[in-house]
Write a protein that binds this ligand. Sequence first.
Ligand SMILES: [Zn+2]
Length: 370
Amino acid sequence: MTTRATELLRVVHARPGVTRADAARLIGVGTGATTELVGRLGQAELLAEGPAAPSGARGRPTTALIPHPRGPLIAATSITHEAWRADVVELGGGILATVGEELHGRGGNEVVAAIGTAVAELRTRFAGRIRGIGIAVPGTVSRDLMLDASNLGWHDVDLAAAWPGAEIFVAGNDATLAASAESHRGVAVGASVALHLRIEAGLGGAVVNGGQVLVGALGAAGEFGHMPFGDPAVVCPCGARGCWGTAVAGSALARALGHEQPRDPVSYARRVIAATDAAATDATATVAAALGRGIAGLVNGLDPDLVTLGGLGVDLLAAAPDRIEEAYRAGLMGFRRAAPPPVLAAALGDDGPLAGAAEEAWTALLTNLV
Ligand SMILES: [Zn+2]
């Protein structure tokens, strides 16, 4: 019975507003047993029922399953190169509150302390309903929750300080979490192999195989920005030469335009990509071509159904789709050109890492609820 209850909560989490009849079919139990389960989960303040959207079909009206108004919540947090944000997320992914602020050059421990203060306030505001935290970060996270973010100059930052003793505490790389979210709630739902690429201050991503993110032996897979698809004359902050990320991120635009390396690489890149003068348009086209070429290499190697682009990838796809497409097709093996895997803007856009952090934390919490 407990397993069925968890399955029912999973169904409602994946499809908030699902009708009781559809939920019964999806978990494979009869309507009577489902009614009893829904009653039990309602008493436990985990599920509630609301009116379903009219289906147009004849028959008895059914009800929609929705999160309970006093149900458990997750604090989903993301740190970017420029700001942090925390969302309070209910079953089904709905956001009930958002707080955040810019980093203003603060160090990692100070930022984690600020997040900790905000999360403690949210826990009070939501009367103890927040049961766990998920954090997306622009770096790598060790098993004991220590963060290394070389682009920010942060090393050995203790993420656990954001909520010592939390029942649920998950943390992960932003691009990896965005890939997971895109496969759960974005345009990659149902793909057999999805490749997600996220351009921020650097370029990262992940391969999602049958809904499972490929994390690697050390948990550091997906550093696609450090494949040598770039100019060997350029040294990357990682220590290698010719990294692809140095050819597609904001640093590449600054180099092409003869600007100093920007302190706010994402906002800077957005401004350049949106600009319409000839120099900015040329720099954007060069970067878009470098992106398309690298995507072709990854598609040749990984054979995905589709490629999703997040972060600045969305901006580049909107500003220079033809340059990306031309370089992508030119780099594809001949047999793929008749039907190349589509390169799509990530549906979750900039919210991908945060949505992924919420998803990871909710997945962990769901097994604790019944
Ligand atoms: Zn590198």
